[in-house]
Design a binder for this molecule. Structure first.
Ligand code: XMP
Length: 512
């Protein structure tokens, strides 16, 4: 086991993910409870995360001294490196503005961390964190890597197996970062790497049982993979103490609601309440054109309907949600600068406060691909698990301008044709997300001998690892031509199709 002490970096979960990818179990604990967790868990290695503070600020956090007294290997990243250096007798200079950026690190000497990854004398790109700076090494430490602005980019005490990095090995912008972390957990800490999703499933089931006890849990199904996996996992843990509520807002894809109901009722025998609330949602959206107002309208109405249904089934002590890690960070905003909300994701916040229920969020540490793996592990059908993600507010954020039932129907057909063509071409699994967008723009066309004046449909398909960054999918022109022709011929109300070639950033995946 690896204990990750969290000092508040936005990317701490990525450390956990990289360690999991090595087949090693890890647990993240906030620094405030690190001491107790360290004694309870008896980890074989500790990683100290980055964080927003300076070790010079009064009351800034420290790693429990017990960790350094125990003899386990320790890896400090950014803030973690600074506090380790300061706590072990080195000197750290503060006062630099904390910023992040690309840098080159030169490997000055061989060390355990670099084995088979970095060679002495060579330079490598990393994602550097500048803030505090080490000015004198603690006793026993040597310098293994340097960069222009960070003379102590990599430090270590090979005897005690302590290492410190001034860059983030856990982010993909540090190309060999995962390999460095692998060296730390596998070679230096000697951990075996036999942990898997099967183990996660067992641990999650145990955690849910412990948290819930004999309480009742209610789970909102969205039709997507995340809430479905959460529900099946929770059902495995507590059986019929779980009730699922599927609020159908009428903004789902073609045939989707039916499939969800069939899967839950027939295949899993999970108690499910299906509410058709499409009229209420479309009524509330009438005249609304601002994307954030749409999201908030749908979010708060969702809460109202869900609340009512929850009361109707007799209430519950816990609310289960399929919140994933990217939902958590994107909603909190991103590193550096003042907080900015890019989009308010409606499965985070709001609901729990209003309903005064405790939350059960068994997927909170996972990324999308890991949730899919867990879904397979739980026996969900591949066609369901492999489905592209779908946003909570549904088609409403794929219809810029006012949303109406008619527009939803038009969009559903175009979307289905696009996806059908993608499946037929065998491309579905290469694409992270593909969908149609119905634009509020009308253009002139000619069909047969007549003039048409209809809507434009934009097609969007992207590749991504976790939804946080994305590239547009490079279809063949002939594929796009085929999809466009079918949509224009088969969907009344659309007479022009365009393809979106924007990456994220600077675009987002959805249009609103
Ligand atoms: P963006 O558009 O922000 O989307 O690049 C990133 C990923 O998140 C999905 N998304 C949502 N998912 N509730 C959700 O559950 C939401 O409100 C929401 N908004 C966007 C989007 O489909 C993409 O996969």
């Amino acid at each position: 086991k690896v204990l990750i002490v969290d000092f508040g970096s936005q990317v701490t979960q990525l450390i956990a993910r990289r360690v999991r990818e090595e087949g090693v179990y890890s647990e993240i604990v906030p620094f405030q409870s690190a001491e107790a967790a360290f004694h309870a868990m008896k980890p074989k290695a500790v990683i100290l995360s980055g964080g927003p503070e300076s070790v010079h600020e009064e009351g800034s956090p420290r790693a429990p001294q017990a960790i350094f007294e125990s003899g386990v290997p320790v890896l400090g990243i950014c803030y973690g490196q600074m506090t380790m250096a300061a706590q072990l007798g080195g000197e750290v200079e503060g006062g630099h503005h904390r910023e992040f950026g690309r840098a080159e690190v030169e490997a000055l000497d061989d060390c355990g961390l670099f084995e088979d990854v970095w060679r002495k004398g060579e330079s490598y790109p990393v994602w550097m964190s500048h803030g505090d700076r080490i000015t004198r090494l603690p006793p026993g430490f040597a310098r293994y890597g340097t960069s222009e602005n960070a003379p102590f980019a990599v430090i270590g005490d090979e005897k005690r197996r302590y290492y410190g990095l001034m860059f983030h090995p856990e982010v993909i912008h540090t190309p060999h970062g995962a390999a460095l972390l692998r060296n730390f957990v596998r070679r230096i800490a000697g951990l075996k790497g036999d942990w898997s999703m099967k183990a996660f499933r067992q641990e999650a089931v145990a955690r849910i049982r412990e948290q819930v006890g004999s309480g009742r849990v209610i789970c909102g199904l969205s039709g997507g993979v995340d809430s479905a996996v959460a529900a099946v996992l929770i059902h495995e843990a507590i059986g019929d103490q779980l009730t699922c509520v599927f609020v159908d807002h009428g903004l789902l894809r073609l045939g989707e609601a039916k499939k969800v109901v069939a899967l839950f009722r027939d295949s899993y025998n999970i108690p499910l309440v299906h509410v058709d609330a499409s009229s209420e949602f479309l009524g509330a959206l009438a005249g609304v054109t601002d994307p954030e107002v749409k999201r908030k309208t749908i979010g708060s109405l969702f809460i109202d309907v869900f609340d009512k249904e929850a009361k109707a089934v007799g209430g519950a002590d816990f609310l289960a949600q399929g919140t994933l890690y990217p939902d958590v960070i994107e909603s909190v905003s991103f590193t550096g600068g003042p907080s900015v909300t890019i989009k308010s994701h409606h499965n985070v916040g709001g609901l729990p406060a209003r309903m005064r229920m405790k939350l059960v969020e068994p997927l909170r540490e996972l990324f999308k691909d890991e949730v899919r793996e867990l879904g397979r592990e739980l026996g969900l059908p591949e066609a369901f698990v492999g489905r592209h993600p779908f946003p909570g507010p549904g088609l409403a954020i794929r219809i810029p301008g006012e949303v109406t039932r008619e527009k939803c129907d038009v969009l559903r057909l175009a979307d289905e044709i696009f996806l059908e063509e993608i499946r037929r071409a065998g491309l579905y699994d290469d694409i992270w997300q593909a969908f149609a967008v119905l634009l509020p723009v009308r253009t002139v066309g000619v069909m047969g001998d007549g003039r048409t004046y209809d809507h434009v449909c934009a097609l969007r398909a992207v590749t991504s690892v976790d939804g946080m960054t994305a590239d547009f999918y490079p279809f063949d022109m002939s594929f796009l031509g085929r999809a466009a022709t079918r949509i224009i011929n088969e969907v009344r109300g659309i007479n022009r199709v365009v393809y979106d070639v924007t990456s994220k950033p600077p675009g987002t995946i959805e249009w609103e």
